[in-house]
Design a protein around this ligand. Sequence first.
Ligand SMILES: *Cc1c(COP(=O)(O)O)cnc(C)c1O
Length: 374
Amino acid sequence: MDRIPVAGPWITQKEIDYVADAVRNAWYSNANIYHERFERGFAEYLGVRYAIALPSCTSAIHLALLAFGVGPGDEIIVPDTTWIATAAPISYVGATPVFADIDPETWCLSAQAFEACITPRTKAVIPVDLYGGMPDMDAIREIAARHRIVIIEDAAEAIGSEYHGKRAGSLGDVGVFSFHGSKTLTTGEGGMLVTDSEDIFHRVMFLRDHGRKPGDIQFYNTEVAYKYKMSSMQAALGLAQLERVEELVARKREIFDWYRDALAGMDGVTLNAEPPGTRNSYWMVTVILDAKFGIRKEQLMTHLSEQGIATRSFFYPLSSLPAYAELRQAAEAQTRNRVSYKVSPYGVNLPSALNLTGEQVGHVCDTLMRIAGA
Ligand SMILES: *Cc1c(COP(=O)(O)O)cnc(C)c1O
């Protein structure tokens, strides 16, 4: 049997046709046609005014921080449990990441922990819609508004998720997405920044194009800035995927249902949460094994791998990583963030690729139950 993959896209003839058309035709006066359609369609899908296609989600977070004027001396609060791409751009601009604990149910930024981390230096917070799940955004927004803190919503893993009738990515001052090959909607590599703010939109457009205003005098740069653009071929792929986004999300939810049903009889496992009033797009089906099994994630992943099943580790707390070993804020987080440190050792992302079959998921669940002796 082939190895069961952990993540990967669902590509159809539509994607191939759009990309081929871009290669043939998206040049000269048509150079931007796919960007325009992808960005307009994306903004409409989200219910926001502006969407800017970028080379990655990392670059989107970098530009968002720059556009809000974040720099040395500023503190930015992030959940301790996320991919490092959420936090790395904070260092790019010379600011300091502060790692707040996660909520035990959603595994996303805890509103309480966020508030406790606020200081007079706090300029922004970057809540993450982890694995497609939604944080308590009402509480986070209320706290942020009270302290005049900007919200950058990292929805890299959450296209198609919803919170109280609004789409993931549309709940902050800025939202950011990733279209990396492992994500639900892919352009190979790619990202998107969305906002309702005209000022932020113009500032990001300027910063991502070497500091020149659209339509200004040619080659007349007014600041040293960045070159963050997506190619037409990627935009064409993204447009085709966007036109199928409901199908992609429905498949993710179907995969999650297969797991939930198969593991329903197993005691001591926790899967991704979907609190009332939210929709989880289940980018990664994630299992937390109760500590009573005495099986840490590394062990479980090795066993599953021996059975031909690829998995991923639940994110290590950022504050535990060598990358932040020198940072005082990381040392403080290590003793403070109990939930992050309690959940991470027992969490594993199970195969969630869009090409999975029900049979493969059944095999994963059988194997998991055998390993856990449940
Ligand atoms: C994938 C991911 C990113 C980074 O996306 P890139 O497109 O690879 O830069 C950022 N944040 C989270 C939560 C992610 O999962």
